[in-house]
Design a protein around this ligand. Sequence first.
Ligand code: C2E
Ligand code: CA
Ligand code: CA
Length: 844
Amino acid sequence: AGIYFVDRDRRGQFQDSERQAASKELADLAGRLEANIDTNVNLVQGLVSVLSVKPPKVKADFEPLAASVFARSPELRTLAVAPDMVVSMIYPEGPNRKAIGLNYMNNREQAPAVLRARDTRQLVLAGPINLVQGGTGIIARYPVFLRESGKFWGIVSAVIDLPKLYTDTGLNTPDSPLKLAIYRETGHGERKIFFGDAAILDGHPVQHITQIGLDVWHIAAIPASGWGGYGEDLAHFRSVLALIAMLILVPLFWAGLLARQRHQSMLALSEREEQLDTLSERLKLALKVSEIGVWEYIPATDTLIWDQKMRELYGVSPSKPICDYGDWRCRLHPDDLEAAEAAFRRCVERELPYITEFRIIDAEGGVRHIRAHGGVQHHSDGLRIVGANWDITRDVTLQTALRDARDQLEHQSLHDALTGLANRRYLERFLGSDFALNGQQKLALIHADLDHFKEVNDTFGHNAGDGVLRAAADRILALVQSNEFASRIGGDEFVIVTTGPDTEERARALAEGIVAALAEPILFEDSLCRIGCSAGVAVQTFRHENPMQLLGNADIALYEAKKKGRNRVEFFSDGLRAAAVETKRTTDDLFLALQRDEFEPFFQPQFCAQSLEIIGAEALVRWNHPTRGLLTPDKFLGIAEAANRVADIDALIFEKSLFHHARWQAQDLQIPSVSVNISAQRLGDERLFETLERLAIPPGSISFELLETIYLDGPDHTLVRAAQRLKSLGIDIEIDDFGSGHASIISLLELKPKRLKIDRQLVAPVLESESRRQLVASIIEIGHSQGIEIVAEGVETMDHARVLRDLGCHVLQGYAFAKPMPAAEMMEFARRWQARRGELLAAG
Ligand code: C2E
Ligand code: CA
Ligand code: CA
């Protein structure tokens, strides 16, 4: 405000002086104007003085006078003489001549001024007026009174050229410092401007008033450059002022700014403080609830700062002022000491995050599990490790219990409850394990299967069976080394996995050891159980051969061992592999063959040993295989049996045999009966009997051959009953392959067969061996005593035929007479047989 007032004051001063200067200038100008007018007036006055002495009569009197006045006054425009108020002469004449003769008294405009000049005897000045000749001027009217008489003579009027006057006075020079306007005020207060610009009157002009005769002239002026041209002085003054203002304002402003910032940061600070309070409250609560202890370690001073909870955890008195590394270390569990310290050192030295678990011994001597997390912080005074500890003992205990339970379950799920050996699942997992798949040495699998275990179970009961299995497992375990894997994969089957520098040798030794160990009878509660064991072994042919595949191979080898008579070890070989493939293929084919009806009976005739008449024919199955040609039963019966298809084949052959037999009868051929081979499976099939009952078979035309081995598993009452039913349906029973097995002849006789067929293995050597001949003779004798006919099969030569006949055989069958042949051929054979028979009989 001060500066404003100072400035206003100063500006006022400047304005005043400016106006003063302008007024002064104006006064000068006005003075010069008045002076110029006066000069003109005075010059004319001189002329008037002359005229008053000697008034001119003619132009010649006047013109020289006027010319002399004009010569001295450049602003004069015309000079007119009007004796008695009428203009008589005018100088210079030219265009002004028009005015000659003008009577002022008749001129309304001019009369007052003229009269006034006459009456007041004084010069009357008036203007500006618009001149008749054009332009503007001031008219000065002089009354002329004659010097001598004092009488009024007339009027002299001089016109002063105003524009010229202005110019001469310097009113309108372009470099004039002032801009002017001159006006007169009319009676009504109106302003009549006759020089300059009306706008000047509005620009606060300075004024000067000049009396020009009768008229009052107002001269208004403003500086040519307008007001406010205070010049550099004011600018300088003002810049000083501005500087002062800045010196005051800038620091003030700056201080204001700083104050504002300070206020803001104070606000932010208090807000943050509040947040911090909330956070630390929350943290406190969280720590309290979660039972987390917080610690801070300063390596430089080996100071350990422990909060309340840490002290509780470690059993350190809350009053102990400062803790150190030793306080922590001395509580560590001896087993975890090294690892825990190492982990902590690693964190301090390498500035890594600290995440670890360890055990401590608390104040009561109990073990606690601690989880510790921490991290390195850089402070101005050096490194710090800040972290938290919490007690996870409960967690760990629970975890351990869970793990134990899981382990136990896992153990149960992977072990056989009876023997404690691994079970099949475990074995499969083991075979799929990394060890089995990627081991450095070849694997071998031994698949051992107890022989006659079923009998033990059946004879001595399940307890005995379990006891035998346990004992067998113990014997196996005793032979197995720690790096070998023994499992019971079901029933009486065991699988042992072994490997080593010489896998094959070890596998052989182990398998033979097991077979030998199990060949010893097992004592169970006073009973001696005799079992045995067969084992199949498969060794990897290359290192990463699929272990599960190996299990399949061992199984094949085991099957082979059983087939070869049990109680032995068999190794899987390429031959077995090929056979297995073959078996698989044949099995598949077999199913198709039944659907496509590829089986048909061949017939081999049987002869009366005495008369050599055909007494019947045996039907023998043949498989008309689409690619492999005609197959004999040894190629497929075993497989059909394994696939449970023998009964189907039997039924088929039986049906077809009946059909052919009926045809032969119809054609009156001499083939009284047909015998078909029948499996135990078929004999147990109720459908067989239904069919037979429907058929009403004439007695003596059909017989069933039952293999001696049907009795191998001991006497079977269902079998005896089945035999009785067959006989009641008119079907004869024959015992086939008699003497090939170990069946007791007594039990066989229970079936009350019509015939015994002596196995060809017994028949073949009768020519060379006396003892064998004796054996056959005694069989025949038993037969005779029981009323059972004896058939000799496999009679390959006529010499055999003669010997067998002489020994008392009733029926002969064999290549010596005929090989098995298709039904059609059989018919031919029968037709031609009588002739051939004659020859043979004649030959003896
Ligand atoms: P098998 O019942 O002992 O049949 C006699 C076998 O001895 C036949 O073999 C026959 O060709 C052969 N044979 C006959 N005479 C001689 C001879 O002088 N010397 C020699 N070395 N062999 C002779 P095949 O046809 O190969 O039949 C083999 C076995 O297949 C039969 O033995 C029988 O047990 C079984 N079989 C045949 N057909 C059937 C059938 O339809 N059902 C059932 N379940 N088994 C059948
Ligand atoms: Ca037979
Ligand atoms: Ca036979």
